[in-house]
Write a protein that binds this ligand. Structure first.
Ligand SMILES: Cc1cc2nc3c(=O)[nH]c(=O)nc-3n(C[C@H](O)[C@H](O)[C@H](O)COP(=O)(O)OP(=O)(O)OC[C@H]3O[C@@H](n4cnc5c(N)ncnc54)[C@H](O)[C@@H]3O)c2cc1C
Length: 524
């Protein structure tokens, strides 16, 4: 069991309600920026049961900012693609964009409790900045002008903690949300999936596997993913009209699983670990900032599991919020910076819900018309390769904040493409020494200086606390990915602490960047 029983502090700069993966990652990121937080978690340990398994490249990168990427990658099972079958025939073999020089695989399968463990260990590695209290539940929240009073029930009794800021990471049934009288808005799908985790040894490649109307379970849709420690995640759709309570009874689940394992030739002995039921939801708050209270992860939004954007987008919330909150707490930025967290991440949630809805409509058609369209697509895909992309599952990808209030004007000319425009995730690339550019993200602002010679000191930036990184012309991949074609003399690209492009300027005159920075309102 995890610690602790000492009395809660009476004051904290940041109280994080909920020590799930998002709360613990946020605590680690805040600690990395030098900000103390108190994490209050109702459970006595990391989560159990069937939760997230697919962690995107972007999530691996975010966890890398606090050193939690290495244990994750060591433990997890990396993968790049998958196969879909209609009845007993393969109709799709897809691969996600990747190349050998990438720092991370497009996806890693790993049980959510490992993500929580690695984020927690990363938080503790920053000394005593992150104080995590288990078996402690937030029960009341009282908002005030300059802080929040939070009532916490813990083994030692009831305490009131005064927090300058409260971040609600307390999941889909958020107490904080309820205390503020807020409701998630959106829609729920009726189609239900049984989620089963089993333990069985397998030598099969790590891929995302999907079957539509398989002979093992006619009429159903079934997904399989391998996880570490010989665990399979099997998700299958229940029949229309089937009682969900009946559907999760082992006597109804085991034969369906057995029938499928037999069909695909997995004959090693197996045991069930967890059985649960799931229905897809597309729900979000309209605003993730309410005075001194901020929302992140499932407390802020719920997206369908098809498309794997739930936890992945929650970690992106943490990555977006941490640097902004740290700067506000440290008095280096005005509070209004936190409004951009809400603008950007509500936009991301709406995009994620749109992708998730499309995946859900394919995986669990909500009505006869969708079912008919899916069947037609699958039938055509048997012989027509041009139809197959319609079956392609939409995987998690970072969202562009094209309309972010933080995007700086001043692009200039000479850019050969739109991949590194303000509001885009800064493209990954190899530097001249073979290292990855993304290793320079996550610590603070950085200005990428694309120049043919070492830049003379860009004092205007250094004096504003923005370090510069020279990207030599030999780093051809980087020049290309940042849209710098032949004959371009140089450029400056300002990258935010969360690895997003904030602005870009052709030429090497830092004064335009400095002026835009001063006008941006990011720094007090
Ligand atoms: C079957 C399934 C498969 C999924 N697969 C994926 C996937 O592959 N990829 C992906 O990205 N996402 C996936 N998800 C979604 C993912 O699990 C969630 O998005 C993720 O758990 C959200 O993390 P969180 O920290 O915001 O919330 P949670 O994980 O719900 O954590 C919230 C924490 O708050 C605590 N808490 C609650 N109330 C209080 C309170 N009052 N006081 C203190 N603590 C409190 C809870 O005990 C909990 O530990 C899946 C979900 C399911 C159900």
């Amino acid at each position: 069991m995890l610690k602790t029983s000492s009395a809660l502090p009476s004051h904290t700069p940041v109280l994080i309600a909920g020590g799930g993966p998002v709360g613990l990652t946020l605590a680690a990121l805040l600690a990395r920026y030098g900000v103390a937080s108190l994490v209050v978690e109702a459970d006595e340990a990391y989560c159990t049961g069937s939760r997230a398994i697919c962690m995107s490249r972007r999530s691996q990168e975010i966890l890398g900012w606090v050193g939690a990427d290495q244990p994750l990658v060591r433990k997890g099972l990396s993968w790049v693609g998958g196969r879909s079958y209609y009845r007993d025939r393969e109709v799709l073999h897809f691969e996600m964009p990747t190349e050998p020089t990438q720092r991370f695989a497009p996806m890693v399968n790993i049980q959510q409790y490992f993500v929580e463990q690695f984020a927690h260990e990363a938080a503790l590695a920053f000394g005593n900045l992150a104080d995590v209290r288990w078996r402690s539940r937030v029960s009341q929240v009282r908002q005030q002008d300059d802080g929040v009073e939070v009532v916490v029930q813990s083994p030692g009794g009831t305490s009131t903690v005064r927090a300058d800021w409260l971040v609600a990471c307390d999941g889909g049934r958020s107490t904080v949300r309820e205390q503020l009288g807020l409701q998630l808005q959106g829609m729920e799908y009726e189609g239900r999936y049984v989620i089963v985790d089993i333990r069985q040894k397998s030598r099969r490649a790590v891929e995302r596997l999907a079957w539509f109307d398989p002979p093992s379970n006619p009429g159903s849709t079934l997904l399989m993913h391998r996880q570490p420690d010989d665990v399979w995640r099997i998700d299958y759709q229940i029949r229309p009209g089937e009682d969900p309570l009946e559907a999760v009874r082992p006597e109804n689940v085991l034969p369906r699983v057995q029938s499928h394992l037999r069909m695909i030739g997995e004959d090693a002995p197996w045991e069930v670990l967890w059985i649960s039921i799931y229905n897809a939801k597309c729900l979000t708050l309209d605003d993730y900032r309410h005075g001194r209270v901020l929302f992140a992860g499932d407390a802020a939004h719920l997206v369908p599991i098809f498309g794997v954007r739930g936890l992945n987008s929650g970690l992106d919330d943490a990555g977006n919020l941490a640097w902004k909150l740290a700067r506000v707490v440290q008095g280096r930025s005005p509070q209004v910076l936190l409004d951009s967290y809400s603008t950007e991440r509500v936009h991301a949630a709406r995009e994620n819900m749109a992708y998730g809805a499309k995946s859900t409509e394919f995986m669990a058609p909500p009505d006869f018309a969708f079912a008919l369209m899916r069947q037609a697509t699958l039938r055509l895909a048997l012989d027509d390769a041009t139809v197959r992309p319609l079956i392609n599952p939409r995987q998690s990808a970072p969202i562009t904040y094209a309309r972010s209030p933080l995007n700086l004007p001043g692009a200039g000319t000479g850019w050969s493409d739109a991949s590194a425009t303000p509001g885009s995730p800064a493209p990954e690339a190899l530097l001249a020494d073979g290292s990855h550019l993304s290793r320079h993200f996550g610590a603070g602002f950085v200005c990428l200086v694309f120049a043919t010679r070492p830049p003379s000191a860009l004092e205007a930036l250094q004096s504003r606390g923005v370090p510069c990184l020279w990207v030599e012309p030999e780093a051809t991949q980087a020049w290309q990915r940042y849209g710098l074609g032949q004959g371009v003399a140089g450029a400056l690209v300002l990258v935010r602490p969360d690895g997003y492009v904030m602005g870009r300027w052709s030429g090497l005159d830092a004064s335009a960047l400095a002026a835009a920075w001063d006008a941006s309102g990011v720094a007090t």
